[in-house]
Design a protein around this ligand. Structure first.
Ligand code: PEP
Ligand code: MG
Length: 315
């Protein structure tokens, strides 16, 4: 309905009153890269690097990684690319990561935690990224997944900066990281909220469950409250906060996230156009009113219905 009323917006994300919201693409395969590079977006907000590491006996070599990252950076030709370091663990077991077997892999050694066991993998990845960045002149940002403490954020930032990474970030996808965002953000340049894992860990509901979808609903009050808190911490420290989980791709929820204080949204490339259109029809104040209403709603279903009614009225 939105699309029929107004011509489609183009270019960088903006609200109706010209508040900038960066709209970028999530990529996890070379096919995604090709598709996203050809479409209208502001670069890559989440480059999932796992595909380089899966289905192999040995980790990719430094040279192989330099080639792969250079190819991705070149495809975006000046548009910024936010790379996430390897997010593997016991649930995606890689033969060359010699990790103990675990009863609860989602609560185990995954994401940045693997670096404590196999530091070489992260070190080689950072070296490859910096080399590829220098060869291509890319606007590269690097962030770590599954950070839970300020200490981990500081260690990752030191390591990445030591290799020459200019812009270092963390994903916020564990409730402890969201609650302590003011502490974690002191050590880094930006944060990106991974709502898929943040929902799973906040609501204690396996993200792959077919029966727990109601808990994993991104309109859940606890999730929105954590997003709001991270944004407040980011604003106080002048650190940009983005969202790169599935929630960012919902044209009704995206304005709510902007109203909560999120300054960038990253999603599957085909979802960008509808989110851009939705934002273009609302002012920042509208987005804030939507966010307040969503936070006041007693259930996720009512939050969504209220946001829909209010956005229709604003258009
Ligand atoms: C997330 O957890 O929201 C996220 C973006 O990362 P992934 O889906 O790759 O775990
Ligand atoms: Mg995640």
């Amino acid at each position: 309905a939105l699309e029929r009323r107004q011509p489609r917006a183009k270019g960088p994300g903006r609200t109706a009153d010209q508040h900038a919201v960066t709209l970028s693409a999530n990529v996890g395969t070379l096919a995604d890269v090709a598709r996203a590079a050809q479409s209208d977006n502001e670069g890559v907000g989440l480059f999932r690097t796992e595909f380089l590491f899966l289905d192999r006996r040995e980790p990719p070599t430094l040279e192989e990684q330099i080639q792969a990252y250079s190819q991705v950076f070149a495809a975006f030709d000046g548009r910024p690319v936010t790379v996430r370091t390897l997010d593997a663990g016991s649930d995606k077991p890689l033969p060359f990561l010699s990790l103990p077997s675990e009863d609860n892999p989602a609560l185990g050694i995954r994401g940045l935690r693997t670096a404590a066991h196999c530091p070489d993998i992260l070190v080689t990845q950072l070296q490859a990224l910096v080399t590829a960045q220098r060869r291509t002149g890319a606007q590269m940002r690097v962030m770590a997944p599954m950070v839970s403490t300020a200490e981990e954020a500081a260690q990752f930032a030191d390591l990445a900066r030591g290799f020459g990474v200019q812009s270092v970030g963390i994903m916020i996808e564990v409730p402890s990281a969201a609650l302590d965002a003011d502490r974690l953000l002191q050590h880094v340049d930006f944060a990106s909220i991974g709502t898929n894992d943040l929902s799973q860990y906040t609501l204690a509901a396996d993200r792959t469950s077919r029966t727990l979808g109601r808990f994993l609903d991104p309109w859940q009050h606890a999730l929105l409250t954590l997003v709001a808190g991270v944004c407040r911490a980011g604003a106080a420290l002048e650190r940009p906060v983005g969202v790169c989980g599935e929630a960012a791709a919902d044209p009704l929820l995206a304005p709510v996230l902007v109203g909560l204080g999120v300054s960038s949204l990253s999603m599957a490339a085909p979802a960008v156009a509808a989110v851009r259109d939705a934002l273009a029809q609302l002012t920042l104040q509208h987005c804030r009113s939507l966010a307040d209403a969503a936070l006041d709603a007693p259930t996720p279903a009512i939050a969504r219905a209220t946001a829909r009614e209010m956005s229709d009225a604003f258009h």
